[in-house]
Design a protein around this ligand. Structure first.
Ligand SMILES: [Zn+2]
Length: 381
């Protein structure tokens, strides 16, 4: 497996802030007064910070899968990779409920090298390029060399281009400006960069002492961190008795994440993915959303009623919601022909697929609801 981390860190010296990196202290890089002390982070936020530091666009998820496997194994919980590279975590041989999130994210890939030495790219999933413009990126070659760069408009200087403000932000009008002394296609090829190299956007992770978490790719690293916190809280022994498995799919953002890889014993799927926040929806960043319907249709009526009842009893901040332009791994699993009852919950995430934000209260409410639902269904305490 390729391990880009060593190379990746070459570009983050002491003076370069990269708050998601495990090696750089939050307070040192972004100011002591505004941000939580590293040692005092709530567990779910610490887990999320670890996930945010590992790039994982669809198609490049090996490193983050290993990271989650190690967390599970250290806690005495079995981790099994699916053929497609997803991850199943649990200790019961015949799991009936699958708690499912996705560890793949949006991203980009080199699609060509321009004559001026900049890189053309194709999107992976649906990042909103206007909000990623100016992002610092890492380009990883197949030989494991990493280069830094910036996502910019083509011809981006306002002193030579009168259309900079009005040009549509789409791949055809944009480029990666490479931080290398290479100003021709030939020179870039000599660096070892070629079509198919992954482009990782810096996540810009910040945990603010008001409880807000700002980062790219909270969809679905927020949900994934909730799931990790949940299986660690349930623990190895309870998971031996509880027929549940935690599934981390790795191709959700491109539509086929949970189409395969589910255990044949599964009867139900509880998807943990981001709750929608915006105009004409109910969700917010402080609550767990319980999705009643999305673009793929209604979710299971009985399960969502049970979830809402539990949330109410536990006084969790929750919202029943319809997501207008949304599909999930639950939809993928059903469309692939799986015979499952499917429900969907998740922390409210604002500005989805852009500069996202959620709150620790939403993460903790989602975790509490996952655990409460499992204990309720299996009548365990
Ligand atoms: Zn998602």
């Amino acid at each position: 497996m390729i391990k880009p981390k060593a190379n990746y860190e070459l570009f983050h010296g002491e003076n370069v802030p990269m708050p998601a990196s495990k090696k750089i202290s939050l307070k040192k890089s972004v100011g002591q007064n505004l941000f939580a002390r590293e040692s005092g982070l709530p567990p779910v936020v610490e887990i999320l910070r670890g996930l945010a530091a590992i790039p994982s666009p669809s198609g490049y998820t090996g490193e983050i899968v290993s990271h989650i496997s190690k967390i599970a194994e250290k806690a005495g919980i079995n981790a099994t990779k699916t053929n497609k590279g997803g991850l199943l975590i649990g200790n019961h041989p015949f799991p009936e409920i699958v708690v499912s999130g996705h560890i793949d994210t949006l991203g980009a890939m080199v699609s060509g090298i321009n004559s001026n030495g900049s890189l053309a790219f194709t999107k992976i999933g649906g990042p909103i390029l206007a909000t990623f413009e100016g992002a610092y990126v890492t380009v990883l070659t197949t030989e494991e060399k990493a280069f830094r760069g910036t996502l910019l408009l083509s011809n981006p200087a306002s002193h030579v281009n009168k259309e900079v403000a009005t040009t549509e932000r789409k791949p055809e009008n944009m480029q990666i400006r490479l931080d290398a002394e290479a100003v021709s296609k030939e020179e870039v090829l000599k660096l070892g960069i070629q079509v198919g190299d992954f482009i990782f956007f810096d996540p810009k992770f910040e945990y603010v002492n008001t409880g807000f978490i700002k980062s790219h790719f909270l969809d679905d690293k927020a949900g994934s961190s909730v799931m990790i916190d949940a299986f660690l809280t349930l623990g190895s022994n309870l998971l031996k008795k509880m027929p549940v498995v935690f599934f981390f799919s790795n191709f959700e953002e491109v539509g086929h994440g949970a189409c395969g890889g589910l255990p044949t014993s599964a009867k139900e799927m509880l998807v943990v993915d981001m709750g929608v926040v915006g105009e004409r929806v109910e969700g917010d960043e402080l609550s767990v959303s319980i999705c009643v319907k999305d673009s793929s249709g209604p979710y299971d009526y009985d399960i969502r009623r049970a979830l809402a009842k539990l949330a109410k009893e536990l006084k969790l901040p929750y919202k029943l919601d319809v997501f207008p332009f949304y599909a999930s791994d639950g939809s993928a699993a059903l469309q692939a022909g799986n015979d499952l009852r499917v429900a969907l919950i998740g922390p409210g995430v604002s500005a989805s697929h852009g500069m996202e934000r959620t709150h620790v209260k939403a993460l903790e409410a989602t975790k509490s609801l996952v655990i409460a639902y499992l204990k309720h269904i299996f009548k365990m305490r």
